[in-house]
Structures are given as C-alpha cells and as structure tokens.
Ligand binder design. Structure first.
Ligand code: HAM
Length: 440
C-alpha cells in the first residue's frame, strides 16, 4: 500500500464531528460583537512582509522567528526590496493596513471591526500551540477611540464573550505601559535596574536585554525570572497623564463588575502596544494558558502611513484576539466540549435496488423544499444496514419505499424518536404539505 500523507506539523484537521463546536463559537461571538456595534472585515491570509516588520517590531519573536514566508513567483523589484510576502501571524496589522488603505477614518469617527479566521506562526508545536490556529478578534480604531472607557468596554467584551461560550474558570490580568514616551522611560529604567544583574545568565537573556528589554519581563528563563521578581516595578514609569488614564480604565472595569488583577510584569510580545494591555488565561491549559489577549495601540495607524493632517490628535486604537483552539481546550477542561450536531430531517430507505430511482427523486424533492434529506447509495443494502446509516446521521424520520409503497405511490414514514409509523400519498402536493411540518 502507498504511504499515507499526513497534515503538516502544527496544523490540525477539523473533522465534521468537531464542526458544531466551532460553529457555536463563531455564532455566539458574532451575535455579541454585533450587539457591541462591531462589523466584520476580511483581509488576505498573506500580506507584504514589511507590514509585520513595521508594526509588530523587528525584534519580536513573532517577526524574528515565526513569520512564514510565502514563496511567490513575483520577479518584480518590490519583492527584492521589502522581503516579499508572509502568511499573517495575527490580525491587527492587516486590519490597520486595510483601515488606512480604504481611508475608513475619513467618514467614521470610530471604526469597530471584527474578524474570525486562521493565523500562521512558525512556532514549535505543542499542546495549544499550533502553526496554523484561529482567532476571533475585535479592533476599535479612530479619532473617537481614545477614551479610557473604551478600554474598559473592550476588556468587558472579551470577558463576556468568553463567559457566553460557557468558560468560567479564567483569570484577567491588566497593566499599563503608558504613552510612547512613558514606554521609552520604562525601557531605560529597566535597563538601568538590570545592569550587572544578568551577566551570569544565558546569551539569549543578554541578547534580549540588548534588543528588547521588555521581553525579559515575561521571560521563561528561571534565573531571569528571579532577577525580575526582585524588582519593584509598580507603575512608576507612568507619567501623571498615563497614571490618570489607567485609573479611569480600572474605574470603568469596576463599574462593569469585571474582576481583574493588575500585573506589572505584563508587557505582551508585540511592539505596537501603548497604555492598557491585558491577557486572559485559563489555568487548566498548562504552559500555553493564554486564551486571549489585547491592548491599546495608539499611533500604529500613523506609523503605517495613515492618519489625517486636518486632525492633530493621534488616531486611537484598541483590540483583542481570542485563540479558538485554546477556547475549545478550555471548554473541554470544563466538560462542555460536546455540542450536538444538527441532525438530518429525513433518511429515505429503498427496499430494493430497483426502488432507488424513486428514492432519489424523493430525496431531491425534499431538498428543494428545504428539508435535509439523504439516502443510501448501496444498491439495495439490507433494511437493517440502511436503518443503521439513518441512525448514524441522526435522522429524525425514515421514509420507507417498500413493495407496497411503490405499487400504491405512497411512502411510509417512521418517526425515529417515538417509533410510530404512518403512510401518506407520494404526490407533489402531499410531499409539499409534509415538508412544511419541518419548518415549524
Ligand atoms: P497574541 O497574544 O499574539 O495577540 O494572540 C492572541 C491569542 O491567540 C493568544 O492569547 C492565544 O490564545 C492565541 N494564539 C497565539 N498564538 C497561538 C498559537 N501558536 N497557537 C494557538 N493559539 C495561539 C495578538 O495576536 C494580537 N493581534 C491581539 C490584539 C488585537 N491586540 C490588539 N488587538
């Protein structure tokens, strides 16, 4: 036998039996997002590599190690200059790129956008960490997206979404990085504090100190964690304005009854963040316990060439993304992963191979009338086998075409739940009338 080909490492097939759980996440999320005023936007699965380098940061892990390059046939000069194309590792940068490109800020004071789809990162696969995974994301962008209550609303939206999926045992951590200047001061302070304290640590840690000192705050290196834990970080890097902003965000969360913990070590792995950052974790998931995360990214619109000269204020922006595979793992941990699939309305059984043509016509007539229906293409398999097939599909009714039914132009209908059976005419009018019952 020829060798089987399996899916690439770090990707997963989503089988038909798993689809109802995915659909439930998608429909619940969409209903809630629409209630909060968000509209869907769909962007390409790949973008210019330069977009991610410029927005997420050249020194971040995602850009440095995880961008999956698309080998294109492009021979034009642009391909040499900008490093070509990459599969999107996240949704924020593409949304901002599209926001700018289509000048959404021209007519909209605030644009509330959402997306659901696959993201790609060349990470080392493990439980809850894939190379192709799916996110549900929301982004609020615009001159009208500069209010601290919007930060509270965004976090509350993420939390209610997780709750409405049926996940309860999660933890929300928040922090503030302050404005761009506050962030620069924070980096300076950190470098000063860590000077001389990390010389005995690994080359990786030292390289991060040089390249992006914030990365050390959530370092997995044991020695580095000990040094970091000994620092009194708090909120002293925040300017008065930044501090007041963060206080207002917290007040908003209190007002909405959202429980949170302030964690001064939370910085997040992408460079675009300013002010509020947050992460939602689910303890039962082990090492990859973040089920969602987000934050504010004021200034990214301008950094990617957008903004409007007529308005001096920065375009505000905040958003979050939840990882769908991890949400499903969390639901599994809570014992709620089983979602019943939509079952079939009617399975038509033909008693003999020569009755299959009549069954075929009946199935087609039902489908046209909006009733889900199927039959066995088994060339007259036994009644038992066909009933087993109907059972597997979860058919509500089995419609039987036996000798008598074919002779009298009738059909016998068996209700699979109650076991009762009745016989009806097999005319166009009578089928139309019977089909209506399925739409009640
Ligand atoms: P992120 O923290 O990189 O943020 O990803 C958000 C969520 O996606 C994570 O909390 C996790 O649940 C899921 N995730 C990330 N990487 C993987 C992976 N390799 N395998 C499975 N799940 C994964 C962002 O992507 C930002 N764009 C969020 C954001 C939106 N910030 C502002 N707006």
């Amino acid at each position: 036998m020829a060798q089987k080909i399996t899916q690439p490492r770090g990707t997963a097939d989503i089988l038909p039996s798993e689809i109802p759980a995915w659909e439930q996440l998608e429909t619940t999320a969409k209903t809630l997002l629409k209630a909060y005023g968000y509209r869907e936007m769909r962007t390409p699965f790949f973008e210019e590599m330069a977009l991610f380098k410029r927005s997420l940061g050249e020194t971040t892990e995602v850009v440095n190690k995880q961008l999956l390059e698309v080998l294109s046939q492009r021979k034009d000069a642009a391909a040499d200059n900008d490093g070509g194309l990459a599969l999107r590792p996240e949704g924020t940068a593409p949304i901002v790129r599209a926001y700018n490109q289509h000048d959404l800020g021209r007519n909209e004071f605030i644009s509330k956008l959402f997306y659901i789809g696959p993201m790609f990162r060349g990470e080392r696969p493990q439980k809850g960490r894939l190379r192709m995974f799916h996110q549900i994301g929301a982004e609020a962008i615009g001159r009208g997206a500069n209010h601290p209550l919007l930060d509270a609303e965004m976090i509350a939206l993420a939390v209610s979404m997780i709750k409405s999926f049926g996940i309860n045992d999660f933890k929300l951590k928040i922090n503030s990085l302050g404005s761009t200047e506050d962030k620069a001061n924070f980096a300076l302070w950190l470098r000063q504090e860590l000077k001389g304290k990390i010389d005995h640590l690994s080359d990786d840690v030292k390289a991060q100190y040089e390249r992006n000192v914030f990365r050390l705050l959530d370092s997995k290196d044991q020695g580095c964690r000990e040094v970091i834990n000994s620092l009194q970080i708090g909120t002293k890097h925040l300017s008065e304005k930044g501090r007041v902003y963060f206080e207002k965000v917290k007040e908003g969360l209190d007002q909405l009854g959202v429980a949170y913990e302030v964690s001064s070590h939370l910085v997040r792995g992408l460079d675009y963040y300013t002010h509020t950052v947050f992460e939602i974790s689910y303890a039962g998931l082990g090492a990859q316990d973040a089920i969602g995360a987000g934050g504010r990214y004021n200034g990214l619109v301008e950094h990617l060439g957008g903004g409007d000269r007529r308005f001096p204020e920065t375009v505000g922006a905040i958003g979050f993304a939840l990882g769908m595979e991890r949400l499903l793992l969390a639901l599994e941990a809570e014992g709620k992963s089983r979602v019943a699939g939509r079952s079939m309305d009617v399975f038509v059984v033909a008693a003999k191979a020569e009755y299959e043509t009549a069954a075929f016509a009946l199935v087609h007539a039902l489908r046209v009338l909006g009733v889900s229906a199927d039959m066995d293409f088994g060339g007259g398999r036994s009644f038992k086998k066909q009933f087993e097939q109907a059972d597997k599909l979860g058919a509500g009714q089995v419609w039987i075409l036996g000798d008598e039914e074919i002779r009298n132009n009738t059909v016998s209908m068996k209700d699979m739940r109650t076991g009762t059976q009745i016989t009806e005419q097999r005319t166009t009018e009578s089928i139309a009338r019977l089909a209506k019952a399925f739409h009640r």
